[in-house]
Design a protein around this ligand. Sequence first.
Ligand code: HEM
Length: 139
Amino acid sequence: MASGKKLFTRKQVEESKEQGTNLFILHDKVYDVGPFLNEHPGGEEVLSEQRNKDGSEAFDDVGHSEDAKELMQKYEIGEIVEAERLNIKPKKVEWIASKSGQSQKSAEEGSGLPYGLIAVAVVVLLIAYNLGLFSSSAQ
Ligand code: HEM
């Protein structure tokens, strides 16, 4: 048997369910997760729900680790035929977005700091000015 990557139509993946396969379409690639089903750290059920379907969105929503992405290469058996590929990039964006969200937050906090410093500086200057007035009026 040829061990090279096969090409599948979405219909083929869907229909092979009747032959008891455990295929997944994740980002235009086809995975056979049969042996992995009950080893999946996220549970067998979530995988079964997506069986022989395109689980890309569900997969991305979980935010699988790099380890998980490495592991899944082991189960890759082929690709979706070119005409049916969605070419949607994995949603790593969420992480970047939340990171930039955080940096935005810290930037806001950062910009709050000078106001505090300015307030303290003004108070110190006022006290110094008052002290100065006192000393000049005393002489
Ligand atoms: C070949 C395909 C897959 C592999 C190799 C895989 C692997 C893993 C691994 C290693 C984890 C542990 C956490 C991590 O390292 O990210 C995990 C968690 C999980 N996975 Fe998958 N997974 C696959 C497909 C899917 C799909 C299609 C779904 C969507 C229904 C899914 C849903 C989950 C959930 C819900 C968790 C639990 C996350 C948590 O506890 O925070 N996985 N998966």
